[in-house]
Structure formats: structure tokens, C-alpha cells
Design a protein. Sequence first.
Length: 244
Amino acid sequence: MYQPDGIEHFESNGQQYIVMANEGDARAYTGLNEEIRVGNSAYVLDPTVLSDPDQKTNNDKLSRLTVTNATGDTDGDGDFDQIHVFGARSFTIRDTDGDIVFDSGDQIEQIIHNQYPTLWQDRRSDNKGPEPEGLTMLKLLDRQLLFLGLERTSSVMVWDITLPTSPQFLTMLSHAGDLGPEGLTTFTNAQGTFLVVSNEADTSNNLAGVTTLYQIQGIPEPATLALFGLALPMLFKISSKKRN
């Protein structure tokens, strides 16, 4: 279940597109709690979904997966014919008809696991993963940038989505101590272009509700290739300043 938490729009080649951060969330309060583990004995899968019932409890990864017990029984016989998970752990680009032109699938988790192992939290794998929550857009040097806040990874992913059907991951932003990026926005003034990230807390200084300011400077293509040796049309330099 995509359940986007953040939504923005942008234009590419005269066409409008919508970007969604698919965090996901459950209804869990007095009188209703739809969260359940696949391995819970009360969550019975239809044999056509999982031919060997023992796989449900013997597979540690599958058994710990948090799902909903509110939907998935498509034929009303009391067992679950489809496994419905909270959130898609991805960002999605749709056209104005709502059709998906791109979805990052498992790329976010694969990138974190393989390229940023210090940010990887395996304990989140069974429950919405890194939780892409907030997002904001920025047009810089004719490139359309997406800044995607990952609440549980406590970092911001940067993507070039100039080609909506083929986004390219650029880099990951994180500031020591920042925990749980919630809201993101950008602005430009006489001093430059900035990304503003509101965070739930700063664990380094034991503070609640802090804001991190990143300054972003575009680098033209020749300098980019010389500096980074990457076949990307544009990158940028980033410095950060912390303001509580």
C-alpha cells in the first residue's frame, strides 16, 4: 500500500508529473490495531499464496514482516489471499492521469545497504524500512533535483529526475546527530541556494526539533566530470550549517 506521506509536482518537456514519498502508516489505537506480523498464528495465509505453511514461521525475514490484517482476504473465507504491507519503501513518479512512469522499488534500501552501510538499519527491514517521508524539488542548472527525506535512516537522498522515466541517484546527505527528517523545502536568496531540513531531534546535543541548513552550489558539467570522474550531467557541492 503506497500511502504517500509527501507529494510534490514538477514539469518536464511540457508535461506535469507528481512525485510521492511512499512512507506508509498503520491504524493503531484503542479499539483498532491493524498491525500484525506474518508469523503470527492469527494471520492465516491461503495455501495458494504459500504452499508450505511452515515457511511462514520458519522464514525469519518473512515471519517478522509487519502487515495489515484489515485487507487481503479477497474472497471472504477468513484467510489472507494477498499480503498487504504498509508503504512501498520507494518514491513514485506519476503522470497527471495517475499512471506510474517510475517507481524506485527496492533501490533506496539497496543503495543504503551497499553504498552507505553505516546508515543501514536491518531492524527496520521488517517494518517499512527507511520510511521515505518528506520531499522537495529544486531546479538547478536545468536539472530537476529531488530531495527525499528518509525518517528512519536519518538522511536525505538526492535524485536527478530530469528524465521522469529514468531518475538517477546522486548522493546522500546526513548531518551528525540529526534524527528523523520530517519536512524539507528549498529557497534562494542573495547568499545562495539552500535546502532546509526539519528534524525530530538532535542526538548529539540532546535537542528536540532542530533544523539543518544545507547550501547547494551547482557545478557545470566539465568541472563535474573532472572533479568526480562520473558520467553525470551535473552534480553539486554541499556544505551544511546547523541552526537550532
